[in-house]
Design a protein around this ligand. Structure first.
Ligand SMILES: [Ca+2]
Length: 307
């Protein structure tokens, strides 16, 4: 069990302060054990209780990083844009000509059949006419799996259960409008596929079969065997997520009012520090950086060294 010295750095007026370097030395040998800088206040961030089921999480806030750290996203022409954002100040922008994201093939994306799963995202089309692809795993004959389109305002899920022949599930309403954000969730639970737009049900029907696919996951176009994806999307996508092992909703719901949660964090109080003392359990001396300046600092709430 790790041992920790923790506490709160305060100034001469007994006010917690951040940015103060604290060092801990062994009392017996004087050896440096470790150091930490007192921190700023950070609010607790609630975790997604089903975070372990999330296989792809893209917020597009500063880059294309998959927040699950599971997959590498390569952007071709698509960019992070602050022109439009549902959450976090920016989103992914696709201009409709040769813009897409590619993620190497993975069994993580073998969803929709046999395992409860969810694809959800926010979409802001700048051209609502025609067909724009949100996400696909789709190659030539025998490598087709699924492709989600915004097609003249409707959500279309193309799918194949043998990689060759393919079918469509189409939303009942042309609920996706141009130049406005809409939330889309496609969930699969126990043989039933559901599509929700802004939390409202626009499709529910049975779906069965099994399939595999060796194609990359493409966001912004329908896969084309390594060539430029077809049916390109024009507009913005934000908060894109794939969850495998869970249908997030099987009934209508209120559309999200905040960005999706991830692993969460415990938060911290102003001025707090924590020094890992490892296996050292001897008494320690705490020293602040710039002692002449910070001699008046005091420590409160120091946790005694424990084993
Ligand atoms: Ca964002």
């Amino acid at each position: 069990m790790a041992n920790t010295l923790s506490g709160i750095v305060k100034d001469a007026t007994n006010t917690p302060v951040s940015g103060r370097l604290v060092r801990a030395y062994r009392e017996d040998t004087g050896a440096l054990i470790g150091s930490d800088t007192s921190g700023a206040y950070a609010a607790e961030v609630a975790a997604d209780a089903n975070w372990a089921d999330v296989v792809l999480a893209l917020k597009f806030d500063s880059d294309f990083t998959d927040l699950t750290s599971s997959h590498t996203v390569t952007a071709t022409n698509a960019v992070i844009s602050s022109v439009q954002s549902k959450f976090g100040g920016s989103s992914a922008y696709f201009d409709g000509t040769g813009d897409y994201l590619s993620i190497p093939n993975s069994s993580d994306f073998l969803i929709l059949w046999g395992t409860d799963s969810t694809i959800d995202f926010w979409v802001y089309p700048t051209n609502i006419a025609g067909t724009g692809t949100i996400v696909s795993m789709w190659g030539a004959a025998e490598t087709r799996f699924f492709a989600v389109w915004v097609d003249n305002g409707k959500i279309v899920l193309n799918y194949s259960t043998n990689g060759i022949s393919w079918y469509q599930k189409i939303s009942s309403d042309a609920a996706i409008a141009g130049d406005v954000w809409s939330h889309v969730e496609i969930s699969y639970a126990s043989g039933t596929l559901r599509i929700f737009v802004n939390g409202v049900s626009v499709f529910s029907g049975t779906m069965s079969g099994t399939d595999t696919c060796n194609q990359p996951l493409i966001i912004g176009g329908t896969g084309n065997n390594g060539g430029t994806p077809t049916y390109p999307f024009a507009g913005y996508i934000d908060d894109f997520r794939i969850t495998k092992g869970l249908a997030r909703h099987t009934a209508e719901f209120a559309e999200p009012t905040t960005e999706f949660a991830t692993a969460g964090s415990a938060g911290s109080v102003l001025g707090s520090f924590a020094i890992d003392t490892g296996s050292v359990t001897t008494e320690c001396t705490l020293v602040f950086s710039g002692e002449s300046t910070y001699n008046s600092l005091v420590i409160s709430g120091v946790t005694p060294v424990t084993t």
